[in-house]
Design a protein around this ligand. Structure first.
Ligand SMILES: [Mg+2]
Length: 270
């Protein structure tokens, strides 16, 4: 438990909506760690990524003293929650528990992870939780993992600008935990072709077979081995080795000449 005499304040959100069993499990788990405030989307917002709603107003509804819903995205919930609903800066933000993994390339699409990205942008230690498996999901192990990780992050701060993406294997027992890097998980045949009752063609993205990165130290490999995957995710998406490579090899003056030759000593006064 944290050493502070005051209970830590924990903001709980998700992308599956306020009625998802996963967020109820996460909220219940966090009550063992601190005081919780839930701010979650009214409806399922899976795969909305880091979308911010700017084209319409957002409505808050209060379910009870410490639970709010928003007719927006997970990122909206973090922005409005931190800016308008919480009476103090939270010590921790948790997102999930998502029913289904967020591994490798899934992270780019994930509303669960994006809520934690938004929390990290505000400087709040943030953790995203996802549970691998099939319905009906058993959240008992994931709840114990969430409690342990929340206590650890509260006691031992994360590196700057870094969130944790946690993937928990299906099952009732924890075979082990491992710190991983983000792997690759592309999907083959994930576009389904369908026809409506009038014979018009439609496409439905989903399903298919994941093509895995077999790197032994990846999140994908950890889950394949039945281990809890803990991936530190950095907000800086810059490829730093790629940056040095491009700076050393690309001739930007030559490229500039092609774009605007008149700007480089050939002033045209006509
Ligand atoms: Mg989801």
């Amino acid at each position: 438990m944290p050493t502070s005499p005051a209970l830590p304040l924990i903001m709980v959100t998700n992308d599956d909506g306020i009625d998802s069993p996963g967020i109820l499990a996460l909220r219940d788990a966090m009550t063992a760690v601190g005081r919780t405030i839930v701010v979650a989307p009214e409806r399922d917002n899976s795969a909305v990524s880091h979308a911010l709603t700017m084209s319409r107003p957002l409505r808050i509804r209060r379910r009870n003293q410490d639970t709010y819903t928003l007719d927006g995205t997970p990122t909206d919930c973090v922005v409005i929650g931190l800016g308008k609903l919480l009476d103090a800066r939270p010590d921790l933000l948790v997102s999930g528990i998502n029913p289904g993994p967020n591994l490798g390339d899934d992270i780019s699409y994930s509303g669960t992870v994006s809520a934690a990205i938004e929390g990290t942008m505000y400087g709040i230690p943030s953790v995203a939780f996802s549970l691998v498996g099939e319905p009906p999901y058993d959240y008992a192990l994931a709840m114990r993992i969430a409690i342990t990780l929340a206590e650890t992050v509260l006691a031992d701060p994360l590196p700057d600008n870094t969130l944790l993406n946690i993937n928990i294997p299906a099952g009732k027992a924890c075979a082990g935990m491992v710190i991983t890097r983000q792997g690759r998980r592309l999907w083959e045949n994930s576009i389904q072709e369908t026809f409506d009752p009038w014979g018009r063609r439609h496409y439905w993205i989903g399903g298919g077979t994941p093509l895995r990165d077999h790197g032994e130290d990846t999140d994908v490999a950890a889950i394949h081995k039945g281990l809890v995957s803990i991936t530190p995710i950095h907000l800086d998406l810059t490829n730093h080795s790629g940056l040095h490579l491009l700076r050393g090899t690309w001739d930007l003056d030559r490229m500039q000449d092609k774009v605007a030759p008149a700007n480089r000593g050939h002033r045209d006064n006509t």
